[in-house]
Every structure is written in C-alpha cells, then in structure tokens.
Design a binder for this molecule. Structure first.
Ligand SMILES: Cc1cc2nc3c(=O)[nH]c(=O)nc-3n(C[C@H](O)[C@H](O)[C@H](O)COP(=O)(O)OP(=O)(O)OC[C@H]3O[C@@H](n4cnc5c(N)ncnc54)[C@H](O)[C@@H]3O)c2cc1C
Length: 458
C-alpha cells in the first residue's frame, strides 16, 4: 500500500467490498486500455461495455481500485461544476452553457438509476446542498449566483435563497446571514461507490489489473512497469496523479484536499444539530470547506488550502497534514459547535486534478485512438459519470447530444514551468485565505486581492 488510507473513514467502512486483483505482468492485447481505476476510468468501462458488450477492456491501476480521490473524497455527488454558467457562455455561447448545466443536473438521475438497478450499497441519499453566508460578502456572492442561475433560465426548483431561519430549521448553524438551497446534490460513501463500480464492471467482463503502474503511453501502446499493453484505444483517467506520466507533467496540477470525520453523534447531539435530511453543507468563503453527515451520524468535514508541492509531486506522506487538519477541525468546531463534544476519529486527504484554466474536459481523437477525461478541480464525483458517458458516445461516434457539450475537446493550456507554478499556486492559496479573513473582519469585499486572483485565474 502506498498510503495510510486506513485513516480514511470511507475505506474502513467499505472493506467488505474490496477485492484484491492481480497485476498485469505479461503483455496483453485488448480493444481499450484505460489508465486509472477511479470513477472516470470505471464509468468509462461501464458505458463502453453497454455499447459494445464484446469489447475487450483492461483497466490498469497503479495501486488499488479507489486509491485516488474516488476512494477518499467528501462524498458530494453534486450537479454543480467548477466552471460557471457565465464562463461557459463566454467561451461557447448561452445555449451550450445551459445544456452543460442541465446535463450535469440530470447526471444525478443517471447515477441514481445505476445505483438502484444494480443494487449498489453506497449510502446514497439526495438531500441537496445548503450554502450558508456568514458575512455580507458571502451573502452578495450567493445573491450573485442565484441571479446568474435565473439569467440562464434555472428557477427556484434548481437554486433558491433561503432565510437563516430555514437553514436553522434544517441544520442548526449559528451566525448565518442567509443561505441558498439546491436539490442537485446527493451524499455518498465514495469508497463504497468506487468499489461497487469495479465489481460491477468486472461482472460484465472488464479486466482490472491492480499494482500496474503505467509509465508512458502512445497511440496503440501502453508501457507499464512490467508489461506492454497493445490496445486500439488508450484512455487516460489519472486525474491528480497525471503529472507522474511522461509527457503529461504540466497537464494538471495536483492540489490537496483534506478531511476529518468524527465519531457518531449521540441522539441528543443529533437532535441539537438537526440535520435530518443529510443535505451537504458549506459556506460561501473563498477557501472551500465542505461537509456531510454520514449514514451512521458522523460529521465528515473537509477543506482545501493545503500547500501545492514543488514540481507537482504527489507522495504518500502528503496524504495527511497536521497543520491543515488542525485548521479543518477548528473550522468544523466553528461551523458545528456540537462537534466540539465528539472525538475526531479519522483524518485523511488526497490530490485532486486542476487544469490551468480550471475547467474539466473530455478529449478524444479518433485518428490516434487516444482519449482522456478529468480536471474536475474537486467536483468530480458526479462529473466523472457525465464525462465517461460523453467519452463513450465520442468513441461510439453516434453524434449523441452529449458529444456537443462545451467540455468536449476543450483542453487547457499547460501549467507554467517551475518555479513559476509553485509561486503562482501557493500565492493564490495564500491570497484566498487572506481574503476570507479580510471579508470576515471588515464585512466588505477585498478588492485588491480579488483583482489579483482574477488576473491569475484569467
Ligand atoms: C479529499 C478530497 C475530497 C473531495 N471531495 C469531493 C466531493 O465531495 N465531491 C466531488 O465531486 N469531488 C470531490 N473530490 C474530487 C473527486 O474525488 C475527484 O474529482 C474524482 O474522484 C476524480 O475521479 P478520477 O477517477 O478522475 O480520479 P482518481 O479517483 O484520482 O483516480 C485516478 C486513478 O488513476 C490511478 N493512476 C494514476 N496514475 C496512474 C498510472 N501512471 N498508472 C496506473 N494508474 C494510475 C490512481 O492510482 C488513481 O486510482 C475530492 C477530492 C479529494 C482528494
């Protein structure tokens, strides 16, 4: 094992679904080789098998299924994307932006139908998301998001303002100015989902090889540490680990996100907290925090803001971070005072994949047979399903409406060379954190830092 994943609550609770699989130590010939055994790789295998049941597909995973972010995330299965409607409109037009978001919202129905039809046990519950505003700047951010949704024709059923009293009637959070609610989010136990998906695709004939590290690939050929796989199509689904691959060092930057989980709340603590419908909760600060209440009544709470590591390094020792975990615990105590009464039982983290333009993409080149999907910037639980369906239709070549979505073949430019990348990303993280402090103290926007941030992201 390359990491202390046992610290992850999800891993511990999904042990009964974990299967050990053999490595690929002899050469192999197949129709499709998929690099990466997370949601992106497995959903791609799932949909390709639906279209072509006889197709021979091999998933090559350097560690174990769900080793990446898919086995360790916050379990928000959200229809929202890391790219806004306005940004999509600017690059692809209004209608394309609407279609992208509509498909993304519908993705929850698709995931739900697979979970139901295949009897997948992953603690799935669609309770929606509450976003809280704890100061006036956060309130104006929420107002702007609602206005943007309305401008594109999404109504109250998609996203609406709720009073602080309504928030409190769902979850008792102190100090809120107001909030918003969207039904387009579910909670899952992420590791149960990824292991169940692997078992599902294996049952329809997909071959999964674990402990099989891909060193490099080119059209028709994948070189692993011990073998060569010859395949008509090669799909890269390696997200935050992509920089480890030759010729892909600057495609995606790995940013770390960290989580903690508490012991289960008592009946009294639960009744103090409310939180009956398992909505996901965050607030509108810049440095993202995210939380859910698990099926067994633990608070699982995460946050971004960890330092980026020079040269996009991804190492097992980065999977925990004492300082950031302590910060996350302090945030959790502030947001949910009742959490002070319970012990933190689990701490873990992992890398997510960030493209230079902060926008996920699905890429396929028919001529070379190469494809890739990802760059979800920490919003990939639902998006990986939509990306995989999109990719499967691109491969099938059936001109399905999904193949016209704006993220198709819309890759980002590469990240800067070091040390610029290191200075830029870590500077950006510091700025975001300082902005939150300034906004909380002064109750007004931090115009200077906001300007710098937009320049960097632009
Ligand atoms: C702590 C944390 C919290 C998050 N919370 C949320 C959330 O609540 N909601 C949400 O939507 N998103 C969240 N995300 C992001 C989300 O988990 C990811 O976007 C999603 O899981 C990406 O899936 P993937 O299959 O593309 O990548 P991964 O799950 O990262 O899978 C990539 C796989 O490829 C394998 N691999 C990499 N390189 C090679 C190689 N060379 N050879 C063979 N195999 C290789 C890796 O071992 C890994 O298993 C979070 C991420 C983290 C880290």
């Amino acid at each position: 094992m390359e990491t202390n994943l046992l610290n992850s609550l999800w891993r511990e609770s999904s042990e009964y679904l974990v299967t050990s699989r053999r490595a690929l130590d002899t050469n192999l010939q197949c129709d499709v080789a998929i690099i990466g055994g997370g949601y992106s790789g497995l959903w791609t295998a799932y949909y390709l098998k639906q279209f072509a049941p006889d197709c021979r597909i091999a998933v090559l995973e350097s560690n174990q299924i769900g080793f990446g972010a898919s086995g360790r995330n916050g379990g928000w299965c959200s229809g929202f994307l890391p790219v806004s409607l306005g940004e999509l409109e600017a690059s692809h037009g209004r209608q394309a932006a609407i279609e992208m978001y509509s498909e993304s919202f519908r993705t929850l129905d698709e995931i739900e139908s697979v979970i139901t039809n295949q009897k997948i046990d992953c603690d799935y519950h669609r309770g929606g998301t509450i976003t809280g505003a704890t100061n006036l700047v956060q309130k104006s951010r929420i107002d702007a998001e609602v206005s943007e949704m309305r401008r594109f024709g999404f109504d109250e059923n998609d996203y609406r303002i709720i009073t602080s009293n309504e928030v409190k009637s769902r979850i008792k959070i102190s100090g809120l100015a107001l909030g918003s609610y969207t039904p387009h989010c579910a909670v899952v136990n992420p590791a149960k989902l990824v292991h169940a998906l692997a078992n599902l695709v294996e049952r329809v004939g997909v071959e999964i090889y674990e402990n099989t590290n891909v060193i490099e690939y080119s059209p028709g050929r994948v070189k692993t540490d011990r073998s060569v796989c010859i395949a008509d199509l090669v799909i890269r689904a390696t997200e935050g680990f992509t920089p480890r691959l030759k010729r892909h060092r600057r495609n995606l930057a790995p940013l770390y996100s960290y989580m903690v989980a508490t012991e289960p709340l008592s009946t009294r603590q639960l009744s103090d907290l409310g939180w009956q419908n398992r909505e996901t909760y965050h607030d509108a600060r810049n440095m993202i925090i995210y939380s859910q209440i698990t099926k067994d009544n633990r608070i699982a709470f995460g946050g971004r803001g960890a330092p980026y590591h020079f040269a996009s390094r991804v190492k097992p020792q980065y999977d925990t971070h004492a300082v950031i975990h302590d910060k996350i615990i302090r945030s959790m105590h502030n947001v949910f005072p009742v959490s002070r009464e319970v012990a933190v039982t689990h701490r873990w983290g992992g890398p997510l994949g960030v493209p230079r333009n902060w926008r996920p993409s699905v890429n396929f080149d028919k001529k070379s047979g190469l494809g890739s999907l990802g760059g979800y910037v920490g919003d990939g639980v639902a998006a990986a399903n939509l990306a995989a369906r999109t990719l499967a239709h691109l491969i099938k070549g059936d001109n399905h409406p999904l193949t016209g979505l704006p993220w198709v073949n819309h890759p980002s430019r590469k990240w800067e060379f070091e040390p610029l990348r290191y200075i830029g990303i870590n500077g950006l993280l510091k700025i975001s954190e300082s902005m939150d402090k300034y906004e909380a103290q002064h109750n007004k926007p931090d115009k200077v830092r906001s300007f710098i941030l937009n320049k960097f992201l632009g």
